[in-house]
Design a protein around this ligand. Sequence first.
Ligand code: SF4
Ligand code: ZN
Length: 395
Amino acid sequence: MYVVDVGPQYEGERVRKGDFQVEFGGPEISRKAELVTVKGMDEVEHDRITITGKDIKEMPEGSSSPLFINVSMAGELLERDLEGVLERRIHQYINYVEGIFHMGQRNEIWIRIHKNSFKKGLDSFEHIGRILIDLFTAELPVIEKMSIEFITDLAKVEELAAEAVKVYKSRDEKVKGLREEDVEEFYGCVLCQSFAPTHVCIITAERVSLCGAINWFDGRAAVKVDPEGAQFAIPKGNLIDPEGISYDTVNQVVAERSMGETTRFNLHSALSYPHTSCGCFEAIVFYIPEVDGFGIVNRDFVGATVTGEPFSTLAGMASGGKQNEGYVGIGVQYLLSPKFLISDGGYNRVAWMPSNLKEIAKENIPAEMFDKIATEKDVQNVDELTAFMQNAGRL
Ligand code: SF4
Ligand code: ZN
């Protein structure tokens, strides 16, 4: 039926530079996104696959292109609350395809198609659409209708991605104001164990998943629709360490699901028992010993951070599903959490972050700290950062 093989065994596969026929999104391409929209039963034409713009076979070998994957779903039991979780499954299912590598989520996706799979006939979005519709409807019977559109036309991608950003934002807004103290349950996710076998994500009311795609409401919705799926509920249990913010039930679940690799998470610390990271983080918090403070860098930041290392190098140190003291991967929305690294001092401990991230975090940074956190516009290396911190009276 398919021109290439499909199954979970291909999930951890990477497609390296030089091996890809075509790629979509990634750091070189600013216009890219994927979006799932739940619609009414009469608004979705089941099985419809459309391609707007060039198809895979029409693209030059080795090229990088914009892409928008627009998925519409309908079902009597489907709710709009599930959109974020369903959208995250694109990552899982597309990685089932032999020779396709998918990384990231929302408007940060990166997809590569291996030359070998292209040669086997995987030369059209038609095939990928078919596979995705079959997998989604087989795995999640609540989806009764599904259509998918692949858009590679730059202007169209740009327009749709801008709209999608508004949707992501409204999902993120929902969780604002909700506190860990107010809920009875947290959620876990192990979707990324195919890449990082001992990694477990814990999602609380004040900690969005590190991929940024799953917040507390998404976790709740996911558990309702697919109790056997990659996301699961965790009763909040007892706060065994109020400073470190560590819960007994969370720790038990982390120990079980990480096969004993990690036995404790301090949910809001990068320094002691930090949350592990797979590789999907939207941003990385990294400790800078010279100033006893943190740097934060997001995936889109181009060039070297204040320590001289670019995002990619730091990502290598932070990822892999192991607990790495001094490093923690985060979703960008976590910057707005009232518990943002609270066990380590929160923003009082932040020394450097890119100016665009600082702008996003602004409302959550204590006013007196705002000018005391350096950006790429203020300093270029650790010596300059040290001087900056001294001037700000922080060292
Ligand atoms: Fe799940 Fe975490 Fe992976 Fe996101 S990063 S898909 S929450 S395991
Ligand atoms: Zn991941």
